[in-house]
Design a protein around this ligand. Structure first.
Ligand SMILES: Cc1cc2nc3c(=O)[nH]c(=O)nc-3n(C[C@H](O)[C@H](O)[C@H](O)COP(=O)(O)OP(=O)(O)OC[C@H]3O[C@@H](n4cnc5c(N)ncnc54)[C@H](O)[C@@H]3O)c2cc1C
Length: 451
């Protein structure tokens, strides 16, 4: 598919470094150049809440491969503090701003792996000390410093998504009184109502002051944040974390005439190719195909980024490799609970994509009644009425949320409810009841479809 001798990559994290490493491994003669505008590369952003919490000692521990190792052991020309400011598909060059210089870099193939950035609502007081988003390693560092260096009592989290929930746990562990303000009627929106309710009860049990359907208007203070402003009220806050979602970094692509898809991320085909010849895109800046709906989707999560980057690396090195679809599978820890989701759970979204959704929610024990340690897992399964094909699932409980992977596999294989029900899953008392909770839920859903 490609016969290029220079592969240029924009970005230095999951999608970028997977592409660079794979391309170089497959074709050591390929000249691989990576431009990362910051200092950090190949970092696990997913670990940042656990750094603030104190589970991870050093921020550096989140780095998978150091810049030196990329350069010396993998022979990748990695340049940090190099920001790509434009792409010219006509001349096949990118323009790069580096300390003290601006230059043009020709490419044979180009991969855009610019990621996503935190949404910053137009709130008054966003620039006050003590107001943070959490997207970059520098922000994680700054939050940790702020918590360690000040005598804080209260933390307010704006947004009840997974970053908000993870940070609620982290900051509670740091002995702060934590509030969450979420403008929608529930937290963890993509996880469905049943899972959200279980998580919300647990957050409250853990002492989190949870406010649903409560929109934050801004922040107030002199230099440092002192309060969060609501419509008719003001709440004291020594620290604020704003986690209201991410938006893909697509400006470079858009300015170069690269097409965006319906989600607003970069449109790609099954090999991660954009509409511009020899230009690829992967990770949080790009779309992937949803395995349930067959439609383009934007799922800004780590596996999708790593896998698409790796596939593009193979393709550019001469071995065409599809980037793979997404089921939108996600899992989050909320204090003592695990919550997970996959596929299409939202009935409205299911109907929009041509399905007639039927769902069940059950509670089932994670081990037999006689074996110590059993807890209840709440399982929601969704299927299409006519085809009986599985559409999605959500699970939540003190253990066993990774069981979502069974359903994610079923979605990719386009299994029906009865095919899911007939899977031969592992059983022994310390791990599961004979009927795994997912199988029990499938039995109940099959019954509902028959009636
Ligand atoms: C707090 C937090 C927790 C998370 N937890 C999870 C989790 O538990 N599970 C999960 O699956 N995912 C999680 N994620 C998401 C996951 O981190 C991302 O999906 C993943 O990092 C995406 O990788 P990426 O390479 O596409 O983009 P990014 O990681 O965003 O990297 C993009 C890189 O491109 C650089 N860049 C941007 N523009 C330019 C330019 N013009 N020139 C040069 N460089 C540029 C940026 O500096 C950045 O380093 C979490 C994210 C956060 C913030």
């Amino acid at each position: 598919m490609n016969d290029v001798d220079r592969f240029v990559i924009i970005g230095g994290d999951a999608a970028a470094m997977s592409a660079a490493s794979k391309a170089k491994r497959e074709n050591p003669d390929l000249d691989v150049i990576v431009f990362e505008k910051g200092e950090w590369v190949s970092y696990a952003a997913c670990g940042m809440p656990y750094y603030v919490k104190g589970d991870v000692d050093d921020l550096e521990d989140l780095v998978a491969v150091t810049p030196e190792a990329f350069r010396e052991e993998r022979d990748i020309d990695l340049r940090t503090q190099h920001e790509v400011v434009s792409i010219d598909p006509e001349t096949k060059t990118v323009t790069v701003d580096a300390p003290g210089e601006r230059f043009e870099q020709p490419y044979g193939a180009l991969s855009i792996a610019t990621g996503a950035r935190a949404v910053e609502p137009l709130f008054d007081g966003f620039d006050l000390d003590g107001v943070f988003t959490l997207r970059s390693m520098d922000e994680a560092d700054a939050i940790e410093d702020f918590v360690s260096e000040h005598d804080l009592k209260t933390a307010t989290i704006v947004g009840g998504g997974y970053v908000g929930v993870e940070m609620a746990e982290a900051l509670t562990e740091r002995s702060l009184d934590v509030s969450i303000f979420e403008m929608l009627p529930r937290t963890l929106q993509p996880f469905g109502e049943e899972t959200a309710r279980v998580v919300e009860d647990h957050l409250r049990e853990q002492g989190v002051d949870l406010h649903l359907e409560t929109a934050v208007q801004g922040f107030a203070g002199d230099d440092r944040v002192e309060s969060v402003e609501l419509e008719a009220d003001s709440v004291a806050a020594d620290l604020v974390i704003v986690g209201v979602g991410v938006t893909p970094n697509v400006d470079l692509a858009e300015e170069a005439g690269i097409e965006l898809g319906p989600t607003g991320a970069i449109a790609t085909d099954e090999y991660g190719r954009t509409n511009v010849e020899n230009v690829y895109a992967a990770g949080d800046c790009a779309e992937a195909t949803n395995v349930v709906t067959g439609e383009p989707d934007h799922v800004p999560l780590a596996l999708i980024a790593n896998r698409a980057g790796r596939a593009i690396g193979s393709t550019v090195a001469g071995d065409p490799t599809p980037t793979g679809g997404t089921a939108g599978t996600a899992i989050v820890k909320a204090f003592d609970l695990g919550a997970a989701r996959t596929g299409v759970i939202d009935p409205e979204r299911a109907r929009e994509t041509g399905f007639d959704p039927v769902d069940v929610t059950i509670e089932a024990p994670t081990r037999p009644h006689y074996y110590p340690g059993a807890t209840d897992l709440t399982v929601t399964l969704v299927a299409d009425r006519e085809s009986e094909r599985m559409l999605g699932a959500s699970v939540v409980g003190r253990e066993g949320a990774k069981r979502i992977d069974t359903v994610a596999t079923a979605l990719t294989a386009e299994l029906t409810v009865s095919e899911l029900q007939n899977l031969d899953l592992a059983y022994a008392p310390p791990f599961s009841p004979v009927w795994d909770p997912v199988l029990t839920a499938a039995k109940v859903l099959a019954g509902k479809l028959e009636s």
